[in-house]
Design a protein around this ligand. Sequence first.
Ligand SMILES: *Cc1c(COP(=O)(O)O)cnc(C)c1O
Length: 368
Amino acid sequence: MQFNQVLENVTTYEAGKPIELVVREFGVNPKDVIKLASNENPYGTSPKVVERIQELAKNMFIYPDDSMFELKEALANKFDLTSKHVIIGSGSDQILEYCVHAKCEKDSKILMAKTTFAMYEIYGKQTGATIIKTEDDQHNLEQFSRLYKEHGADVIFLCLPNNPLGECLDKDDVYAFLETVDKETLVVVDGAYQEYAAFKDEKKRINAKDLIANFPNAIYLGTFSKAYALGGMRVGYGIAQPEIINTLYKLRAPFNITTLTLAAAIEALKDEEFVTACIAKNFEEMTRYEDYANSRGFEYIPSYTNFITIKFGDKFVSKTVAQKLLERGVIVRDLTGYGQNAIRITIGRNEQNTKVFEQLDEVLEKLK
Ligand SMILES: *Cc1c(COP(=O)(O)O)cnc(C)c1O
């Protein structure tokens, strides 16, 4: 069958492997599976959110509030803006998709870092746009600047901090770059891990209100899937000037967010204490991964997120290491597909991390 020709260049996104697969294929007890491949909050959802969902379950037969009044108000409050500046998506992924489709068609150009979130390229190619990438894997603003001067761009993606590598640009450097970007270029600031970066280093903090006031061509994206521990609910948001928001709305299907999802997000926003406590523990545990890598002679990328990327250099093949861990019930992300001989591990709970180190040592010993 003949399909839309642009789809010939589009690859299918490969998500982190689910617990069910490990249970099915390797007979691991579900309780023993350690899933650290999708950067979920390992401390689970706040109990207050769970309680609220249980209460609301009986309302499932009614369509959700399509105006999403309450969640938009809550987000507007959080960012000190109005609901006109907010759009909600089924994950911030959906907003990413709207951004690309709002700006791009065949012959459009999209500029991004060489090794960054895979969906930028996938959505881009769906429109037939040309993808321009920096030479460096990590975000390098000099290269962004040079490529932008050379080719221009309809959309620029900045992943702050960057998934899957974990690095993060300083806000001042980002702003200096944005000063040089034409107001016709849509700049997508993907803040999926901003809560982590801002906690670790104030210089990395991007304030959405300030960003869109200074750069009306920018949109800030946030998600409830990571720090807010709602990966299973699918909810994220975009913060931008009403002109952008109104245009993105044209791409939205009605009722794209479920009643339970809306309630979960509203409740999660009320429990910032829980989120902050999780982030603090995340960085405490991360030091154990740094120590582990150092003591075993592996390089790692200093991370501003809830994951860490450990490189194997010429010592081991990351794909094999990830597979061997998988067989033992430890799910991590192999980055071979991103051109890296490295694995990305979500920072788990204390006892999970201890097991990861044990299993990793055993696996590596056998691969020597
Ligand atoms: C996880 C993630 C997202 C969005 O996730 P959703 O679950 O769709 O909200 C966006 N960008 C990056 C870089 C991510 O890692």
